[in-house]
Design a protein around this ligand. Structure first.
Ligand code: UT7
Length: 337
């Protein structure tokens, strides 16, 4: 008999430093009205340079909360999955840092996932497979990003840099014998021909740091994220709908059955479009992009942690997660809490 994967604990951590739209307008040609109207974002968090906040340490802080809420000790964790596009090191990925920072006595496995905005849902899917087959009982799944240090904070980069923020979320996924709870299904997709439409191409090992320095080209933006915003937006709204409907159909469910949809927080307009198309009420869709911007792999676990803290999710509730982003990759997961 397969086990079911439940979420036994949730946690999140965001840096204290609140950066308002008006603060960004001091640094580049942008304004509060444009950002709010186009994205819904009012503020985001940026780590304070020199603080101990990194992608790995923020992930560990969120993880500690999730582990405690699961009623577990760190050494009960049997496997770590860490989703990020902004690791502390080029390699190794931050999964191993969490193994150390949690002070684990055991040398458990640590896996890093690179699927950007859909990285957390992909990671949940991986954890679900390990739990279903009985390989692990408790898996730590983290999404964390430190974007602020790598953004072009000049007017040239404004189409991207006003959108992204820093933060981390984590869950503990645990094995359950209750057939009425847990992940019902996950659905993963990619379309690599659009990889360059939302990407950070340099430095890469064909164009490494010394070559970039030697060129000394002030127009070189290869080491800043690039996003073809309109193009990404148009694909996002289609793929979000497809992958949510795929999850509903796979489980003979209707959108009216959903207690909560937690979409990746890329743009409030995308979430509102999905809500309207699916005819969901306001209380069925959780959004917090207004306060954190887009934290890529961290948006879903941060939103989940906040929604849980607010008492919006109770045992037995049907919860849907869906994400779309760089790759392109997109994914959904539907679960009975
Ligand atoms: O998380 C991964 C997935 N990501 C997404 O799903 C993001 C999808 N895309 C988007 O959310 C939107 O495309 C953006 C929010 C990125 C951009 O919104 P948009 O409505 O597509 O704006 P745009 O890029 O077409 O730019 C419109 C205008 C341009 O000026 P002109 O050419 O019309 O004169 C931009 O230069 O807005 C200008 N602009 C800005 N103005 C003030 C771009 N960024 C800014 C800015 N402040 N920050």
């Amino acid at each position: 008999m397969f086990k079911r994967s439940i979420i036994s604990g949730v946690g999140h951590y965001v840096p204290d430093n609140v950066v308002k739209n008006d603060d960004l307008a001091q640094r580049m040609d942008t304004n509060n009205e444009w950002i709010v109207e186009r994205t819904g974002i009012e503020e985001r968090r940026h780590v304070v340079p020199g603080s101990d906040d990194t992608t790995a340490t923020m992930g560990t802080k969120a993880a500690k909360i999730a582990i405690e809420r699961a009623g577990l000790q760190p050494d009960d964790i049997e496997f770590i999955i860490f989703a990020t596009l902004s690791p502390d090191y080029y390699f190794p990925g931050p999964g191993v840092q969490v193994q150390e920072q949690l002070g684990l006595a055991k040398e458990i496995g640590a896996l890093d996932v690179r699927n950007q905005c859909s990285g957390f849902v992909y990671s949940m899917s991986v954890a679900d497979q390990f739990i279903k087959t009985g390989m692990y009982k408790h898996i730590l799944v983290i999404g964390s990003e430190l974007h602020s240090g790598g953004l072009d904070m000049t007017t040239r980069g404004r189409g991207v840099s006003v959108i992204f923020g820093d933060g981390a979320g984590a869950v503990v996924m645990s094995a359950s014998d209750d057939p009425n709870r847990g992940i019902l299904s996950t659905h993963l997709h990619s379309e690599g021909r659009h990889a360059k439409e939302l990407a950070l191409e340099g430095p890469n090992t064909r164009d490494w740091v010394p070559a970039i320095i030697a060129r000394n080209d002030p127009e070189d933006t290869s080491f800043y994220p690039y996003m073809n915003g309109n193009f990404v937006f148009k694909h996002a709204v289609v793929r979000f709908m497809e992958v949510i409907n795929e999850a509903l159909a796979a489980n003979q469910l209707q959108s009216t059955d959903l207690k909560l949809l937690i979409p990746h927080q890329a743009n409030l307009r995308i979430s509102q479009y999905i809500q309207q198309k699916m005819q969901l009420r306001d209380d069925q869709v959780y959004n917090n992009i207004m306060r954190y911007g887009n934290t890529t792999a961290a948006t879903i676990p941060i939103a989940l942690s906040e929604a849980w803290e607010a008492g919006l999710i109770q045992k037995g509730d049907l919860v849907m997660f869906a994400a779309f982003g760089s790759g392109f990759t997109w994914a959904s997961a539907v679960m009975r809490w």
